[in-house]
Design a protein around this ligand. Structure first.
Ligand code: ZN
Length: 254
């Protein structure tokens, strides 16, 4: 199993020589309503990434827990960094593993608020031909499964995330509070007024911090989500592993 932070510098060298793809879990430390832990997003991403740590072509990097979460600031415990700081930090982590020869990476992300920054990281690393490092959200290939299981799409601290945490860190879920989470939840993200979204912070539109129907969560559903997410990530790693790095750099001009 290759969790880089558990290696020594000498035992890391073999693993790095064999590895084709680095996985960097990212997420957030932000409110997820009264039932789910603040670390929900990074815990989910880390669990999915670590499921692939036994593959010899994979090295799992230590998790970057805090992300772009200022829109949850009114809720106790939320931590955040500005997008530029997050972007520069993630870029440096990927660039440093690239300097040891692992120049393909997937940023395994658990927080949608990080998306824009991670896209800029991927573009920048590719443009400079330092690394090819797309980001991937654990739910990104699961729209059909989520619709089938819950007849909904992803919200926040909802039935999807609650199920996922029940599967990966059950002890951290306060199941008795799922009903409170739902009672104070909104049905959708934001607040639309004549086409403008005037719900800029989560506190503007959700009393509990949740968006969705968390009481519909189950551990069984979470295990399906987890299994499907790890299959998707494994397929992405296979795809990346097969690619010649030269073919991944941007075209010069057309
Ligand atoms: Zn979340």
């Amino acid at each position: 199993m290759t969790l880089l932070a558990e290696r020594t510098t000498t035992t890391a060298s073999d693993a790095l020589a064999e590895a084709e793809v680095a996985l960097l879990p990212t997420g957030s430390v932000e409110q997820h309503g009264p039932a789910l832990p603040l670390g929900t997003d990074f815990l989910a991403a880390e669990a999915v990434a670590r499921e692939l740590a036994d593959r010899e072509e994979v090295v799992v990097l230590p998790t970057v827990p805090v992300g772009v979460s200022e829109h949850h600031r009114q809720f106790d415990g939320t931590l955040w960094t500005d997008p530029e700081t997050f972007e520069a930090y993630v870029r440096d982590v990927v660039a440093s593993v690239a300097s040891h020869g692992v120049r393909k990476a997937v940023v395994v992300n658990g927080h949608g608020g990080n998306d824009d920054a991670l896209k800029r990281v991927a573009r920048d690393l590719r443009q400079s031909e330092v690394a090819f490092a797309p980001s991937w959200n654990w739910w990104s290939g699961l729209d059909d499964l989520i619709a089938e299981l819950f007849d909904t799409s992803l919200g926040h601290a909802d039935e999807v995330e609650s199920s996922m945490v029940l599967a990966v860190a059950e002890d951290l879920v306060r199941e008795a509070a799922l009903a409170d989470a739902e009672a104070g939840a909104s049905d959708s993200w934001g607040e639309r007024v004549h086409g403008a979204n005037v719900g800029l912070d989560t506190a503007d539109f959700s009393d509990s911090g949740a968006v969705g129907r968390p009481t519909n969560a189950s551990r069984e559903a979470g295990e399906e989500l987890f299994d499907r997410a790890t299959e998707e990530l494994a397929a992405l790693v296979d795809w990346l592993g097969d690619r010649d790095l030269d073919a991944l750099w941007p075209e010069a001009h057309r």
